[in-house]
Design a binder for this molecule. Structure first.
Ligand code: AMP
Length: 117
């Protein structure tokens, strides 16, 4: 049985996703349950489970996620008004998929930075 993460399957095009960007280091696709008019997930192709697993070897790919985020924000027309980038980690962070990912949310005011709900 495959041990690939859900998001690795998206990277490998084994399950469908609305992929907006892909290169040898990162993939970006629309979130299946969007929380804002623009809700994109940007992931390293390498399946790093959580921020706790990040090492110095990952610095370049993680920096690349920001470059991709900025390009996609421009493409989505939300650069000027702004947007939010979120990386959840673990249970208290609200992480559900254990393949590190950056959420790009915009297209409306995103509101309070954190909620107690
Ligand atoms: P997190 O809570 O940070 O782990 O976020 C996981 C995100 O993945 C959620 O916003 C989900 O809606 C999203 N998601 C789960 N499955 C898929 C999928 N197959 N395609 C796109 N987004 C997904």
């Amino acid at each position: 049985m495959s041990e690939d993460t859900l998001f690795t399957k998206i990277v490998n095009r084994e399950i469908p996703a609305d992929i907006l960007f892909q290169d040898d280091r990162a993939t970006a696709f629309r979130d299946i349950h969007p929380q804002a008019p623009t809700h994109i997930l940007i992931i390293p192709n390498k399946p790093i489970p959580t921020v706790n697993d990040v090492t110095e070897d990952d610095e370049a790919v993680l920096g690349h996620l920001f470059v991709v985020a900025a390009k996609l924000a421009e493409q989505e027309g939300i650069s000027e008004n702004g947007y939010r980038l979120i990386v959840n980690c673990g249970n208290h962070g609200g992480q559900v998929v254990f393949h590190l990912h950056m959420h790009l949310l915009g297209g409306r005011p995103i509101g309070r930075m954190v909620s107690r709900s």
